[in-house]
Design a protein around this ligand. Structure first.
Ligand code: SAH
Length: 401
């Protein structure tokens, strides 16, 4: 079975970009079903790639391999999965929460696998990996020695691929309600059934460590711990890292009571002084204004909102929202204060995000340095031929006195 591309539409594949859009397809030869492997060819019959066919998606096929001699079967999958698992080996010394497979970047388009201690959580976001679901589960158990694999295939991308939503144990043992992981010395509980993504923001590991180190350095320099405001705190990721680093006071703000409750449970998992942590269930947009009216100030403000722009149609509205929280966040900083600010919207690129934050700094009447840029960790590698994989970006700003 084959997909023949329109003249000229082979260019992106020749540059090893792994997606075939519906608009690039000249003709489908044979009657491939969803998930079937097809050969992608140029109009004049030259082989380009093996890809998984997805009749309902605008990404009509996702490339498995650019090598004609490859056979996309169980053995082939095992080789790719083994490589992905091996590539993360050094991270185990620091953490038990690791992204083992990051879709396109690992040559397995649409497959997400996160490890939480002895359990794995999968997301099958394309017809291709969905086809091999059972096999992938078994291979993963074998490669990692995991006790069980839980499938959280309930992301919106599945609907675009015409796949139904699913949340169930795929193989091995059912995970407990909360799995405990340890990341850079901090304990977190992860609920893989109802948590966001697969239960935890594994992608913020490096930034959480940076927060921990900033808290340590602050205490060493000032002889007191910093006072921090963690906005969009979810299950307390940044808050606990800051307490670990020796912060004096951390206020965590989230609009989800469930997330706040989990953050409180996470606090109790660690032996921190609980009086240093405050939790507020509020809308961040209005709470930042409330704090300002009350004259509150902080040494560090963290802004890690959910994805404000899910696609390019929402960029203008999302930019205003990012501007709003950044402006009001900066206004709460003491002279010499720090801002950790993030965007996980793929549609807002690094340049645009930087411009929005620069606009907020200017409007606040402040001067600021960007001391460092943040991104997802090494277990979320960026495939150089597929820039769409870069979504998380962040800045560490120092507001100059
Ligand atoms: N920083 C977290 C992840 C943040 S996820 C970590 O490292 O784990 C985004 C969080 O924002 C979610 O918990 C969601 O409940 C919360 N949220 C979304 N909109 C909000 C709003 N307007 N005000 C407050 N919290 C909000």
């Amino acid at each position: 079975m084959e997909i023949i591309l329109k003249q000229g539409k082979e260019r992106s594949l020749l540059r090893r970009h792994p997606w075939v859009y519906d608009t690039a397809v000249h003709k489908v030869v044979g009657h491939p079903a969803a998930g079937d492997t097809v050969a992608v060819k140029t109009k004049d019959g030259r082989f380009l790639a093996w890809a998984a066919y997805s009749p309902k998606s605008t990404i009509r096929a996702r490339v498995w391999s650019f090598r004609e001699e490859d056979v996309i079967d169980e053995r082939w999958l095992e080789t790719r999965l083994r490589y992905a698992v091996e590539a993360r080996r050094s991270l185990h010394a620091r953490t038990s929460a690791i992204r083992l497979v990051f879709g396109e970047a690992d040559g397995l388009p649409g497959l997400i696998v996160d490890q939480y201690g002895p359990y794995l959580v999968t997301q099958f976001q394309s017809a291709g990996v969905e086809r091999f679901r059972g096999v992938i589960g078994e291979i993963l158990m074998k490669l990692t020695g995991a006790r069980g694999v839980y499938d959280r295939s309930d992301a919106a991308t599945r609907q675009r691929e015409g796949l139904e939503i699913r949340s169930e144990c795929l193989c091995g043992e059912e995970p407990p309600e909360e799995i405990e992981v340890v990341e850079d010395g901090v304990r977190y509980g992860v609920n893989v059934r109802v948590g966001h993504k697969t239960g935890f923001y594994v992608d913020q590991r490096e930034s959480r460590l940076a927060a921990q180190k900033l808290a340590e350095a602050f205490r060493a320099e000032h002889g007191r711990g910093l006072r921090a405001l963690n906005c969009f705190s979810y299950t307390g990721g940044f808050s606990l890292a800051l307490l670990k680093g020796g912060a004096d006071e951390v206020i965590s703000v989230d609009s989800s009571q469930e997330a706040i409750e989990m953050a409180k449970r996470n606090l109790r998992r660690n032996d921190f002084d609980e009086s240093r942590a405050k939790f507020v269930c509020e809308d961040v947009f209005s709470y930042l204004r409330t704090l300002r009216e009350a004259g509150e100030t902080f040494d560090l403000v963290i802004l890690d909102p959910p994805k404000f722009a899910s696609n390019h149609h929402h960029v203008a509205r999302a930019s205003r929202a990012y501007k709003d929280i950044n402006l009001n966040g900066i206004r709460l900083l003491r002279a010499g204060g720090h801002l950790f600010t993030f965007s996980c919207s793929g549609a807002i690129d690094v340049d645009l995000f930087q411009k929005i934050v620069a606009g907020a700094v200017f409007d606040a009447g402040s001067d600021a340095w960007a001391l460092c840029r943040f991104g997802a960790g090494e277990d979320h590698p960026l495939m150089m031929t597929c820039p769409e994989g870069e979504y998380l970006k962040g800045l560490h700003l120092l507001v100059r006195p």
